[in-house]
Design a protein around this ligand. Structure first.
Ligand code: BGC
Length: 925
């Protein structure tokens, strides 16, 4: 009996042991990080998941994905795709290979994995996505709106302005609603309501694309907003980018054509029938609503006397509104579901201070240069106009510095319809500001800080990384960098958010991309903009990439260092995310840009002659004023350097995509250009031939690997000399600055890089902080307490380019970087410098989970805490000369754990897990 019992328990134990499933995968997403989205843009998605953090789970041995057309079919009857068990460590961006998916289709999916011991996990939770309208032929709606061009209202510089429109359509539903989708977009910007309720909290939709190629569409779940009987769909519509002066009357957008909406509401009713309400000639509209004017650059005018109570509810009678005009959908403009997240309100700045109060006007300080709109709550008298002005900083006498807005009026007005406290937030504009001036409020009222709040807006990506250290100014620099990013990621990456520009400058974008990818989840944001870049590039047979995207300037020539965004950014995205799709999508475009350089080579082999903004805004240029903006590094040198670099990257991309012929061809091209570069611009001693030496000429040659090894060593010496001549200050503009830390790092000159980074005087990063900056500035000397503002009106106080140092702060100060695409292999290699810092730490949400590196110096010891996510490995570099006193998780390391040892560091390899590393700190002195 006893024996039988023993046998039984033995078998039960074996069975339960083999059946103990490990934890399910989590954080499922599709393509560039979308979760359970509706109106999804891509019928060929990729799938990603993360392994849970657990002692049992180091890596993935295999996976299986199931895709089905209904939830009930999972996991046993996946009718769209069963990947079967795939022996692979890949847990990110696995391509869908099932049945073709179509517009509106709702798709459910699950995944499981086997861990390193080949144990299967439970199935994940079921995730879903629903496709948007993928083809123009899915639309029955027509472009609809009033002809506002005929009013001929002229604004700044006589540009045509359109009165914002209020459009509506009532309809009846015969029975309860089972489901409803609202597909909508605009030539302009819109806000949509159903039965008086806001459909979403999106801002300035549909956003900005090259509208002559593609207009993005939004999909909203309208199920809960509809009812049996009478309903209404109501839309507010303004010029936005499409019909505003920011598009400069671009002939491409039909010369200030009146804004229009395209709207299609598809309803499935309980009785099984389907009803579709579309924008067409049956809609009614008026321009006699409260938003009188709205412009991206110039602000909004709101007149409460024009408010139309209940206009967006079903009960409203619109019989005295006008009938609308319609326009058919053009075949050559693609209507495509938005491929990245919309702009939304993100943070509300409430810590406001009153700076000064004069007769009936008051200045408020929001203590942070921000982008978005104000929320004002102000006592007013009927008929009075509240004027709201903005500025980034103040003049010495506490009045506004607005010269740098140039022609952008950036002013909002509110006209009161009655006595009392009004509340107002503009809808169809945005401003870049820290200070706000109110005038025209109730004279008897005493201004109060609570009158004003700042609503910061940006594209709705998540925070991805953190960086902090023991040094206040370095932390302020990190803060300025991330504010600069948020403020300038307003649907597209802009150069600046406040003046009459706010354009997608390609050079600025390529410079900041790596730092942005550390701090925010901007994968989809960048790939969406790259699509716009390719569309604008397609207008040029020679492969030219315009220097702004969307190209409302209708650029005639490309600029070296700017058009290279077509090559550099896809490569950066791939390396950060591991998503090969971006390389596939961008490959032809990248090759064409290199072809553009080739087409510009005339007399001298491999040396193009073209346009360049050069090392934009280098400090101490030899030419005065505006002429000095391009710095002293000759543009011919810059063309050749970027030509070689882009050819080199194309060769690397070709390799990654398995295109070996191209890989060789472009590598040869890079070598040939590099050779020409060295011969033309450097002498046999590795010295830049021009009399006026520049840091950037050396930096480009070294970082882009354009010198023979022996010349490189010599050039490095000259670079160091140049830096010394500048008394360890920066001598670089937009192009040189981001690569300075990489070059010095590579040369082992880390302490020198620290020295430059921690400089307090001009030109340096801390200089602007010492002058009160809360964002990155366009110029190293945009402002100084002693001399005031840079006299040039091109003087943005919110320009992210110089924030490119952020990458090095993550990678080397905190010591966290990706060694293999998408952080599948991680490098932890902090370089502490006790002269400036006693601690630093960074974390990043990698595609595999959170990774972090955090160090501090305590007495004589160096403590390094590391987190390595599942399914990755890491090389950890410990700065010590002596392996005897290194402990990992309390245990002394053994010699065979060390995979590399140099004089001042040793390297160990670790798998997923948490590590506390202790070593003796050796001061360099
Ligand atoms: C923009 C820049 C841009 C530059 C190129 C400026 O007006 O603000 O950031 O890269 O022009 O010339």
């Amino acid at each position: 009996m006893k024996f039988k019992y023993f046998i039984l328990t033995f078998f039960i134990a074996i069975i339960s042991c083999t059946q103990v499933n490990i934890q399910q995968p989590k954080e499922l997403s599709i393509s560039e990080g979308f979760k359970n989205s509706i109106g999804f843009y891509n019928a060929k998605p990729t799938f990603s998941w993360k392994l849970p953090v657990s002692e049992q789970i180091k890596s993935q041995f295999a996976y299986q994905i199931l895709v089905a057309s209904s939830k009930e079919l999972l996991p046993d009857n996946a009718d769209l795709w069963n990947s079967k068990k795939q022996k692979s460590t890949q847990s990110t961006f696995v391509k869908y290979q099932g049945k073709a998916l179509k517009s509106r289709q709702k798709v459910y999916w699950q995944v499981r994995y086997w861990n390193q011991d080949e144990k299967a996990s439970d199935w994940s939770e079921t995730n879903s996505f629903e496709l948007g309208l993928l083809n123009n032929s899915d639309w029955q709606a027509q472009w609809t709106g009033l002809d506002t061009a005929k009013d001929s209202i002229k604004g700044v510089r006589k540009f045509l302005m359109h009165r914002p429109q209020y459009l509506r359509k009532g309809f009846e539903l015969a029975s309860d609603v089972v489901s409803a989708r609202l597909y909508i977009t605009a030539k302009g910007v819109f806000d949509v309501h159903l039965n008086g309720k806001d459909v979403s909290d999106d801002v300035m939709t549909p956003g900005w694309t090259p509208y002559n190629h593609r207009i993005e569409t939004l999909t909203y779940d309208a199920t809960e907003l509809l009812q049996v009987g009478k309903n209404v769909v109501a839309v507010e519509l303004a010029s936005g980018w499409h019909s505003g002066r920011i598009s400069r009357g671009s002939a491409l957008y039909e010369n200030f054509a009146s804004p229009k909406i395209l709207c299609q509401l598809e309803v499935v009713l309980k009785d099984g029938s389907k009803q579709t309400i579309v924008s067409d000639e049956s809609w009614r509209g008026t321009t006699n609503g409260p938003i009188r004017l709205a412009s991206v650059y110039d602000g909004e005018v709101y007149d409460a006397n024009f408010e139309i109570p209940n206009w967006n509810t079903a009960a409203f009678d619109d019989s005295n509104w006008k009938s609308v005009e319609v326009e058919a959908i053009a075949k050559n403009v693609k209507l495509a579901p938005k491929r990245h997240l919309t702009v939304k309100n993100q943070t509300v700045l409430k810590d406001v201070e009153i700076v000064s109060v004069k007769e009936n006007s008051a200045i408020f300080n929001l203590k942070q240069n921000m982008v978005g709109v104000p929320k004002v709550k102000v006592p007013m008298k009927k008929g009075d106009t509240l004027k709201i002005r903005f500025s980034e900083m103040l003049l010495k006498d506490n009045t506004f510095y607005t010269k740098n807005y140039r022609s952008a009026k950036s002013t909002d007005y509110y006209i009161a319809a009655k006595d009392g406290v009004i509340e107002y937030t503009p809808k169809f504009t945005f401003h870049g500001f820290q200070f706000l001036e109110l005038s025209g409020y109730d004279k008897n009222a005493k201004p109060d800080a609570s009158w004003v709040q700042g609503i910061a807006q940006h594209s709705n990506f998540e925070k991805k990384g953190t960086f902090t250290s023991s040094h206040n100014k370095l932390n302020q620099l990190q803060s300025n960098i991330i504010w600069g990013l948020r403020d300038n990621f307003f649907d597209i990456p802009t150069d600046c958010p406040q003046r009459d520009e706010r354009l997608g400058w390609t050079g600025d974008a390529q410079v900041i991309a790596p730092t942005s990818l550390f701090n925010y989840d901007v994968h989809a944001f960048w790939t969406a903009w790259l699509q716009s870049l390719r569309e604008n590039q397609s207008e040029h047979k020679d492969g030219m990439v315009p220097f702004i995207v969307p190209d409302v300037l209708q650029t005639k020539s490309g600029s070296s260092g700017w058009g290279d965004a077509a090559v550099i950014i896809p490569w950066d995205i791939y390396n950060t995310t591991g998503d090969i799709t971006v390389l596939e999508e961008s490959y032809e475009s990248a090759k064409k840009w290199v072809g553009y350089y080739q087409s510009k080579v005339k007399k001298q082999p491999y040396l193009p002659k073209m346009h360049s903004f050069a090392d934009w805004l280098q400090p101490y240029p030899s030419k005065p004023g505006k002429l000095g903006n391009r710095g002293d590094t000759p543009k011919d040198l810059i063309h050749a350097a970027f030509f070689a670099h882009s050819a080199h990257l194309v060769s690397k991309i070709a390799n990654t995509l398995g295109k070996t012929d191209d890989a060789k061809k472009y590598k040869d091209l890079y070598k040939a250009v590099a050779n020409a570069f060295e011969n033309e611009f450097f002498d046999e001693n590795g010295k830049f031939k021009q009399e006026r030496q520049t840091q950037t000429s050396y930096l480009l040659g070294i970082y882009f690997d354009l010198f023979k090894p022996e010349t490189k060593l010599k050039a490095q010496k000259y670079l160091l000399e140049e830096i010394k001549n500048a008394d360890y200050h920066l001598g670089t503009g937009f192009l040189g600055t981001p690569i300075l830390p990489k070059v010095l790092d590579d040369m082992g000159e880390i302490d020198l890089m620290y020295k430059i980074l921690f400089k307090e005087t001009y030109p340096s990063w801390f200089y602007s902080i010492n002058q009160g900056a809360t964002t990155m500035w366009e110029r190293w000397n945009s402002f100084s307490k002693a001399d005031g503002y840079n006299p040039q009106p091109m003087n943005s106080l919110n320009h992210y380019a110089y924030g490119a140092i952020g990458q090095w702060m993550y990678e080397r100060i905190a010591g966290l970087s990706s060694l293999a695409p998408g952080y599948q292999k991680i490098r932890i290699a902090p370089i502490p410098n006790a002269e400036f810092l006693t601690s630093a730490s960074a974390s990043v949400k990698t595609p595999y989970g959170k990774a972090s590196s955090s160090w501090k110096i305590e007495n004589d010891s160096f403590k390094l805490d590391v987190i390595i996510p599942p399914n990755t490995t890491a090389l950890v570099s410990i700065p010590t000369t002596n392996s005897n006193d290194v402990e990992v998780n309390g245990v002394k390391i053994s010699k065979n754990q060390i995979i590399d040892q140099k004089e001042d560091k040793l390297v160990i390899e670790v798998s997923a897990g948490t590590y506390n590393i202790n070593s003796k700190f050796e001061s360099k002195k």
